[in-house]
Design a protein around this ligand. Structure first.
Ligand SMILES: [Zn+2]
Length: 175
């Protein structure tokens, strides 16, 4: 597995970083620049598409990180892109399904930790199946795309972003 090492050197001056307690956490600190190296999660956007029967759409990731893991269709937000646009774009790229951004409703934030230890926030939107156009087929960044029922998600031996998915589904169940 590819892992990206933690940055040990200041991105500004190249000085080896130390630790410093700042705002209640131990953080990387450059004593030469006198600055804290802040670590923040990276924002992504995704679509939780659930049928009336409760089945939800998952894609098998085709790209690093987490190749082969099933997750909701999602991807990183471009620097000048609104999250809702990114969510619709990623749905299209990964599943060939189309949705108008007006039909996407913000439902929450899903936290995922990648193998390199970094955190990604998936700003998640839901939509009604009746707002979806197109034929389901796995696109560029996905190996497979299909609907799963909840028991299959819980009992599957496939790699699932299951912890985050399950807690999200519990909080956002339609019942
Ligand atoms: Zn520095």
């Amino acid at each position: 597995m590819i892992t990206v090492p933690e940055a040990d050197y200041c991105p500004v001056c190249g000085t080896e970083l130390g630790d410093k307690e700042v705002e209640g956490r131990k953080r990387l600190f450059c004593s030469s620049c006198d600055q804290v190296i802040w670590r923040n999660p990276k924002p992504a956007a995704g679509v939780l598409l659930q049928k009336d029967s409760g089945e939800i759409l998952l894609v098998k990731r085709g790209n690093w990180p987490n190749i082969g893991t099933w997750s909701i269709p999602a991807g990183f937000i471009e620097q000048d892109e609104r999250p809702v646009k990114a969510a619709a774009r990623e749905l299209g790229e990964e599943t060939s399904l189309e949705v108008d951004t007006d039909d996407l409703e913000l439902v929450g934030d899903l936290m995922v930790q990648h193998p390199d230890g970094k955190y990604v926030i998936v700003i998640t939107f839901s939509t009604d199946i009746s707002s979806i156009k197109g034929e389901l087929s796995a696109g560029d960044d996905a190996q497979e795309a299909r609907f799963w029922n909840l028991e299959d998600i819980q009992s599957s031996e496939e790699e699932l972003e299951s912890e985050a998915l399950e807690s999200f589904l519990q909080e956002n169940s339609r019942d």
